[in-house]
Design a protein around this ligand. Structure first.
Ligand SMILES: Cc1cc2nc3c(=O)[nH]c(=O)nc-3n(C[C@H](O)[C@H](O)[C@H](O)COP(=O)(O)OP(=O)(O)OC[C@H]3O[C@@H](n4cnc5c(N)ncnc54)[C@H](O)[C@@H]3O)c2cc1C
Length: 459
């Protein structure tokens, strides 16, 4: 065998698996294969001047490369079992929290010291939410910020470099079973290992489906979250974000009893576009460094949809909606809330006249022509519900960017060790459908590394 362990994907799942393995047994021969670039080379060409919108790079620097989809994220590590994945249902709630706290400590030791840990415990907002038919989910949130997140990733890279062979610009094409292990096929070469950890994230979702078909690994459809990203003056949410930074608030709509929730809150942040397999959607992040902060706060409002019979392609449904918005707006569409409820499209003039200056150059348009009525109605209801706890949310000038789609990978059948039906083939992080956050994905990496180390020690 060329290696003891091959890891596919250098996102948080892969990085933390490699970190824990190399720490636990420095003699292990480990390789990481990654489609994208090393951290220092990752750069999105959108500069707001020469390149103002997504040019569909072959490998998206936002989604791929060392650090994975999380590299330029806001670096919010949510330590909770309430959201971010269902790791706890495989490994138990206590273990999941313990691993997330362990990851947090590693981040602190690698440049994150001094960053703030927010908590919903005893938050006055909890009661205010209840009084207004909203529910605040419990969590501790470590906010690294995009800048410190990159520092932490840089240090982890330096730690791993001498211990792990890293192959960048090297997408794994196929994973094959061989005697005593696995063979990964990359362009023009192949490598073998006794054990294989797949951590291909969201950008690797289509490829992961193929791997499961090739290796007869059972899968199940997952949900898709569809909605918009709101941007408004930071002052309107400061009483919430100053205390909690990130608050996950859930609302059940009166009309359809659908759940709408806030997601990925970025105080003083910026709205960004992202490209997943050629589909441009919206996202957001913010910097810890005050010099890079803006006057706006942004967060998503999402509605979950899950299809099973006779149509089961939840992601396909989300993709179609995103494609429709890309068709109408050439990318991300932005609309003032006042225009949305008056049934008219936004224009550059109306947005220019507004009191909220957009942080993303998106095409002014009409989101009601993109989102299904049921989802749009739910979002409008939620905006009015939030207006009760943060007056001003439903102002005419509040900006809505669309569409935001959270694609979830299908659930890959894994056991309590996150191991597939093939012994020694682990599937972790977002590509397993088990996690969808930095903290859960990282924790899943540590978890399988410990399982491997324990089995090696026992054997
Ligand atoms: C803009 C943005 C902001 C976010 N903000 C937050 C946040 O603040 N907090 C939070 O908890 N979560 C956030 N997320 C989500 C978070 O980044 C992911 O949940 C997390 O990165 C998942 O980690 P992962 O290791 O499972 O996968 P990923 O981070 O997606 O990494 C997978 C890696 O595998 C590589 N890969 C894929 N296929 C192959 C292949 N065939 N061969 C080789 N390599 C392959 C990819 O290039 C990628 O680098 C954000 C995501 C985005 C896009």
């Amino acid at each position: 065998m060329d290696y003891d362990v091959i890891i596919i994907g250098a996102g948080p799942g892969g990085i933390f698996a490699a970190y824990e393995l190399s720490k636990g047994d420095p003699d292990l021969r480990i390789a990481i294969f990654e489609t994208g670039k090393p951290l220092s080379e990752r750069r999105c060409p959108i500069d707001g001047v020469k390149v103002t919108s997504c040019i569909h790079c072959e490998s998206c620097s936002i989604m791929s490369g060392f650090g994975g989809a999380g590299a330029f994220s806001d670096g919010k590590y949510n330590i909770t079992n309430d959201f971010g994945g269902t790791l706890h249902s495989y490994i138990g709630k206590e273990r999941a929290i313990e691993l997330m706290e362990y990851v947090d400590q590693i981040n602190l030791d690698n440049g994150g010291a001094g960053t703030k840990l927010y908590s919903t415990a005893n938050a006055s907002l909890k009661r205010t939410c209840m009084e207004n038919k909203l529910k605040l989910l419990d969590a501790h949130v470590r906010h690294l910020g995009t800048d410190i997140n990159l520092v932490v990733l840089g240090r982890l890279y330096d730690t791993l470099c001498p211990k792990v062979d890293m192959f960048f610009h090297t997408p794994v094409e196929r994973v094959e079973l061989v005697d005593g292990g696995y063979r990964v096929q990359v362009q023009g070469a192949s490598y073998t290992s006794g054990l294989c950890i797949i951590s291909a994230g969201r950008s690797g979702s289509k490829w992961m489906e193929q791997v499961c078909r090739d290796l007869d690994i059972a899968t199940e459809s997952n949900r898709v979250d569809i909605g918009v990203r709101l941007e408004l003056p930071a002052e309107l949410f400061s009483h919430i974000t100053d205390e909690l930074y990130e608050s996950k608030i859930v609302y059940r709509t009166e009309k359809f009893e659908d759940k709408v929730r806030t997601f990925c809150m970025n105080p003083h942040g910026i709205v960004v576009s992202e490209n997943t397999n050629g589909i441009v959607t919206v996202n957001g992040h913010s910097y810890e460094d005050p010099d890079r902060q803006t006057d706006n706060t942004n967060f998503a409002l999402l509605v979950s949809k899950h299809f099973s019979e006779p149509f089961s392609d939840s992601n396909g449904y989300g993709e179609s909606i995103a494609r429709l918005s890309n068709m109408l707006g050439g990318g991300v569409i932005v609309q003032r809330f006042g225009d949305l409820i008056r049934g008219r499209r936004s224009t550059h003039e109306r947005i220019g006249d507004g009191f909220v200056t957009p942080t993303l150059q998106a095409e002014p348009g009409d989101l009601s022509l993109v989102l299904p009525k049921r989802i749009m109605d739910g979002i409008i209801e939620m905006v009015y519900a939030l207006d009760k706890i943060a007056p001003g949310t439903a102002n005419d000038d509040t900006l809505l960017y669309g569409v935001e789609v959270k694609f979830y990978n299908m659930h890959v059948a894994v056991n309590g060790n996150l191991e597939s039906c093939h012994e020694g083939l682990y599937v972790i992080g977002d590509c397993s459908g088990v996690t969808h956050s930095l903290s859960h994905a990282s924790a899943s990496g540590v978890y399988v590394a410990r399982d491997i180390l324990q089995k090696r020690n026992a054997g």
